[in-house]
Design a protein around this ligand. Structure first.
Ligand code: B12
Length: 509
């Protein structure tokens, strides 16, 4: 196993809590945080996804007396189920250990995290410079008050958020320590079968997003900033994992992989002869500006499917969501048809159940969104549809945030409240604790989704045979045509007992 340089300094444990997913992607968050201290601090990785119970492993490491720092990445939802109890237990059993959290949940909810009494520091946003700077300061007893992207607490208990640093040049970041991770968890275990291939690599090539959609968790952290690695650097990493461990396809986990047409073209050209399928997330209005030539090149280079936040067909709502004022319902439909010509599958995600002034207006919008989704399917039946029930994120200052606060929405007041079953499903965007949505509205959305998914079974479910797909299609045809979605028990029963159907929106990707 390759090992970072020995040092007399204290060691660091980097933990990726379990996410409720059947297939375990490479833990890019702690991989990149590890890169930031590689060669400077000794550290170990613990991946909750690949440990039956991570506690004995963590306890053994921390019990050795060599460690002083516990770094944990946290996104909302299932990861909290391990992140909170493990961090609390460390505080109780190893009070000398300094607990540091990072990632989207820690960044957006830093106040409750810092008030929990078990987390000592939060890095909000990128940790590439902040994390080593914090460790250096703690090792040397130096001041950390001016380290950008750091949240800390005064001895009086006041939570202080330092300034935000500019996004770093992503090509200047240290290389990702794949070989080092491989010494803990063999990389092939992370190369999972997907619609794209048998050994799919998850890769993250850029930070942030240049847009300010008012419902999106990326906005409070990145404030419309974006920086990406060059096409050559991405290609170099992809090739490395392909050559060494047999990756045959790539999922790009960037918030927005397709910000720069130039970068996409360069990358596509490099990938032309690799025989690897790939997938990423984009914006419709941005990609609609791409030339036909670029779209054709992307497809030739292996781009099979692209995820887009379509959100809704209602132009006024799109505007309220701050979708840059450029995306329109007409464009969403036209673009679905355009991608069909290039044999690239659009994966459109919709957010249903946004607040409105009266319950009637909320209902009207839900019905309009359902009708619009059916229109998309009519224009391009291959479009994959992903439906989310709207879950607020703390985008203070946006119209939408004002509106939901007025409607009585509040985030949990303590860290442990996030562990309650209602809040966990809130994070999964299934059962929002949002006062403007009645249970009947949520049911209508969910029942429509069941019928839609049966009428058009997702191509990304590898387990479904042709006959199974056909059975679902036939069973749901009438309901779909007549908009008769209520209580689709016969479809549910078929999915549960015969097909063990996969829900793309909760399993992710
Ligand atoms: C990969 C991923 C997943 C994977 C997790 C795989 C794994 N490793 O275990 C899976 C598919 C399981 C997943 C699930 C969910 N995810 Co997710 N996921 C992502 C995604 C696409 C990439 C995360 C990543 O690897 N980033 C790469 C690293 C390098 O970036 P980073 O995490 O930001 O790390 C940097 C900093 O944050 C910081 N940092 C991070 N961790 C730490 C730790 C320490 C100690 C320090 C110091 C610093 C630090 O430093 C890093 C380097 O600069 C992000 C979006 C994104 N592009 O980041 C969404 C994202 C984090 N997910 C999100 C959500 C909501 C979910 C779900 C809860 C819901 C859903 N339906 O998607 C589900 C949970 C369901 C489940 N089944 O578990 C949201 C979070 C929104 C929010 N409110 O905060 C995001 C932002 C997507 C979005 N735009 O909505 N996800």
């Amino acid at each position: 196993m390759a090992s970072p340089r020995r040092s007399v300094m204290h060691k660091v444990l980097l933990f990726n809590p379990r996410s409720a997913q059947a297939k375990h992607r490479i833990p890019n968050s702690i991989l990149q945080v590890g890169a930031s201290i590689f060669g400077k601090y000794e550290f170990v990785f613990v991946d909750g996804n690949l440990e039956k119970d991570p506690w004995p492993v963590i306890e053994r490491y921390l019990g050795s007396g060599e460690f002083r720092y516990f770094g944990c990445t946290v996104m909302p939802g299932p990861q909290l189920r391990q992140a909170i109890p493990v961090t609390r237990r460390i505080k109780a059993q190893f009070p000398e250990i300094i607990n540091i959290w990072g990632g989207y949940f820690a960044s957006n909810q830093y106040q409750v995290v810092m008030e929990s009494g078990c987390v000592d520091f939060v890095i909000y946003g990128p940790g590439d410079r902040a994390f080593p700077a914090l460790l250096d300061a703690l090792e040397n007893g130096a001041a950390y008050e001016f380290i950008p992207n750091l949240v800390w607490k005064t001895p009086e208990g006041v939570v202080i958020k330092n300034t935000k640093e500019a996004l770093l040049d992503q090509d200047a970041l240290p290389p990702l320590p794949y070989d080092f991770l491989d010494g803990f968890y063999p990389i092939p275990r992370y190369l999972v079968p997907t619609f794209l291939g048998r050994h799919t690599l998850g890769y993250h090539s850029s930070m942030g997003c240049p847009f300010k959609c008012s419902f999106c968790a990326v906005v409070p952290i990145y404030e419309a900033r974006w920086r990406g690695k060059s096409a050559e650097n991405i290609y170099r990493d992809v090739r490395y994992v392909k050559e060494k461990w047999g990756a045959d396809s790539v999922e790009f986990h960037d918030n927005n992989f397709f910000v720069s047409e130039k970068r996409v073209r360069e990358f596509s050209e490099l990938m032309l002869h690799e025989n690897m399928n790939w997938w990423g997330e984009a914006r419709i209005d941005t990609m609609d500006q791409f030339s036909d030539d670029t779209l054709a090149l992307m497809r030739r280079s292996g781009c099979r499917m692209i995820f887009f936040g379509a959100e809704t067909g209602n132009d006024a709502l799109l505007k309220q969501m701050d979708k840059g004022g450029r995306q329109t319902g007409e464009q969403i439909l036209r673009f679905a048809a355009r991608l069909r010509q290039f044999d690239i599958i659009p994966e459109y995600s919709f957010v249903l159940g946004l607040p409105a002034d009266t319950p009637e207006l909320v209902w009207q919008q839900i019905e309009a969104d359902i009708a619009f989704i059916k229109q998309v399917k009519a224009v391009n039946p291959d479009t994959e549809i992903i439906i989310y029930v709207y879950s607020p994120v703390p985008t203070e200052g946006s119209d939408l945030y004002e509106r939901i606060t007025r409607a009585g929405f509040r985030f949990p007041a303590t860290l442990d409240d996030w562990l309650s079953p209602q809040w966990e499903s809130f994070d999964l965007r299934r059962n929002p604790l949002t006062p403007w949505l009645s249970p009947a509205m949520v049911r209508r959305i969910q029942h429509f989704e069941t019928v839609l998914n049966a009428r058009y079974p997702t191509v990304s479910d590898l387990k479904l045979s042709r006959i199974q797909r056909q059975a679902m299609r036939v069973l749901s045809a009438l309901r779909y045509r007549l908009n008769w979605f209520a209580f689709p028990y016969e479809i549910k029963a078929l999915q549960k007992f015969w097909l063990r159907y996969r829900r793309p929106e909760t399993e992710g990707f």
